[in-house]
Design a protein around this ligand. Sequence first.
Ligand SMILES: Nc1ncnc2c1ncn2[C@@H]1O[C@H](COP(=O)(O)OP(=O)(O)OP(=O)(O)O)[C@@H](O)[C@H]1O
Length: 244
Amino acid sequence: MSQDLVLQVRDLNVWYRPSGTIGRRKRRQVLHDVSFDLHRGEILGLVGESGSGKTTLARTILGFVPDYTGTVTHFTKRPQMVFQDPASSLNPSRTVGWILAEPLRIYGKYGKEEIARRVERTMELVGLDPECRDRLPHQLSGGQRQRVCIGAALIVHPQLIVADEAVSALDVTIQAQILQLIARLRRELGISYLFISHDLNVVYEICDRCLVMHQGRIVEQGPVEELFDHPKEEYTRRLLAAAE
Ligand SMILES: Nc1ncnc2c1ncn2[C@@H]1O[C@H](COP(=O)(O)OP(=O)(O)OP(=O)(O)O)[C@@H](O)[C@H]1O
């Protein structure tokens, strides 16, 4: 069973502590008993209104949140995250080539030639023209910048990408191109995604299954068509109605 899994989350409870406070008394619970599986090659959506805990779940999965109970089990190495705003997640003073190579330099075990080869291959994979290699982020379009972000995640050959509102800041045409890229990388490389989005149409289009989060709990989950066409929970119905 676990051969088919890239990620298993069980009974996850997460707390934040307001800055400047000590002790356990003042911490606030943000996620409650979250459990789900993510399968190999699957695009799993995560929807829910603002503040419901989606980003917190993503950050906890990637190990950025210290205060939690429950288990997060990764069955693959080097999971990566892609964020909403490519302009602010890219170093403005470095070229695309440098930015793409950075994750490999951090791992420290790749020679110069291997790095150059991987940068070239990754740019090809995400559809960036070779001439972009020496440009700075502000010399790229929004769509190209998001391709750089996806490339910087891909270059370490992850099997899981957590995409947090990765297409939300893009206009519709560019959004469609990036969604096609995500789907192609799944098809060609077997990459799995946890795909967080407030846009239910996008989730319907690209995801296989979906989790619905409300006030830090997963209130419903299932295949997207089933979930969107026949929601069982009142909250899911309201979310769908608000999106129409
Ligand atoms: N670093 C933090 N410290 C304290 N509280 C936080 C922190 N980050 C988020 N929160 C709180 O945790 C709750 C969940 O926030 P989170 O960002 O996970 O929600 P979200 O569903 O991703 O929202 P959005 O769709 O608006 O990004 C919110 O009440 C938020 O204010």
